[in-house]
Design a protein around this ligand. Structure first.
Ligand code: FAD
Length: 322
């Protein structure tokens, strides 16, 4: 009998997250012919995202749609997933390496008595083995890992594997009958969202990031304009956040978000190891810094030595004309 692959999909504000389509593709890369893929979608009022998911693969979308799951809470989501997995009995579970995925994955791994490989950036087959690559030592090295039998749980770093393409025929959508957890120990009363731009930083194709060199909150304006022209998101170093130039929600690095965009533009960022931990896997890195000795130039594919307040408006002007 074939294996069962479960992809835990995420929706936010009625939209499927891009990483969920990448997780579907990850399952397709790891599976063999005859294995089954089921996408499990949790939340409330999910018909839009469920249809989006179903259009991308042949298999089953198990929808757990319940008012209790409107806002993420580990207890309710774990209860719902555990109930689904009691029936599904997955051999491999794929989560996005998101705040939700990072929270749920170890709990599910423990419940399934499964091994876990986190922050996977590539998947390849070698004979009968599936190798999962993940960065270690803040991106200075990679390790390739395998599951030695038994169940497995992986979390997939966004923007590393292409999203699943539209399928020739859609997956079947099945509603899962969730029994609400009777003895919750916590509840979400209110969610207060900080304004962090229209595009999710961790899923953006282009990130324009500012450091202490930006010098003030107003100094982020030219970066926001460039990001808008490139349909990207704005990020920041901890230096810029600590100085109060922007929200901590924008922080990229070891103690911030990890991003892997196609283009990362570092503006007035020196390139401390803790910052590199969050962006060094970006496909193309462009650094703008007035100090030619700044360490960021060691990891940059393209470097511009100059004043960011002169360089960025010129770039914005050029890109506007393209
Ligand atoms: P600086 O190092 O001060 O660099 C500013 C740069 O701007 C300089 O290179 C300067 O030449 C350039 N500049 C100035 N003016 C201009 C101009 N007009 N035009 C162009 N360039 C200009 N940092 C993170 O970013 N993310 C993390 O997650 C993180 N986690 C940390 C965790 C720990 C435990 C510790 C100890 C530190 C952490 N840090 C983190 C902090 C990190 O060590 C650095 O202090 C921080 O990244 C520096 O930010 P910066 O590059 O913006 O500032």
């Amino acid at each position: 009998m074939g294996k069962t692959y479960a992809v835990v999909a995420e929706a936010r504000d009625g939209k499927l997250r891009q990483v969920s389509l990448e997780a579907l593709q990850a399952a397709a890369m790891a599976k063999e012919d005859g294995d089954q893929v089921t996408a499990v979608l949790l939340g409330y009022e999910l018909s839009g995202p469920a249809n989006e998911l179903a259009a991308r693969f042949q298999g089953q979308v198990l929808v757990i749609d319940h008012p209790d799951l409107k806002t993420y809470l580990a207890e309710t989501y774990l209860a719902a997933l555990s109930q689904a997995f009691d029936t599904l009995r997955p051999d491999l579970v794929v989560f996005g390496h998101t705040a939700v995925g990072r929270d749920l994955a170890p709990n599910i791994a423990s419940r399934l008595q499964a091994g876990q490989i986190s922050d996977v950036t590539a998947i390849e087959k070698n004979g009968g083995e599936v190798l999962y690559t993940r960065p270690v030592y803040a991106g200075k090295a990679f390790e390739k890992k395998v599951f030695l039998g038994g169940n497995g749980v992986i979390t997939l770093r966004p923007n590393n594997i292409p999203p699943a393409e539209p399928a020739s025929s859609p997956a079947e959508i099945v509603a899962f009958d969730y029994t609400p957890e009777p003895s919750l120990r916590s509840a979400v009363k209110e969610v207060v969202r900080k304004a962090t731009g229209k595009i999710d930083l961790t899923e953006a194709r282009v990130v324009v990031s500012g450091g202490r060199g930006v010098k003030s909150p107003e100094g982020f304006k030219p970066l926001e304009e460039l990001a808008e022209v490139l349909q990207g998101a704005v990020g920041a170093s901890r230096g810029a956040c600590d100085a109060g130039y922007c929200e901590y929600a924008l922080q990229i690095g070891q103690t911030g978000k990890v991003v892997t965009p196609e283009i990362y533009i570092a503006c007035g960022i020196s390139g401390a190891i803790q910052h590199l931990a969050g962006m060094s896997q970006s496909r193309v890195i462009i650094a703008i810094n007035k100090d030619p000795e700044a360490p960021i130039f060691k990891v940059a594919d393209y470097g511009i030595v100059g004043d960011l307040f002169e360089v960025i408006p010129l770039l914005t002007q050029e890109f506007k004309q393209m």
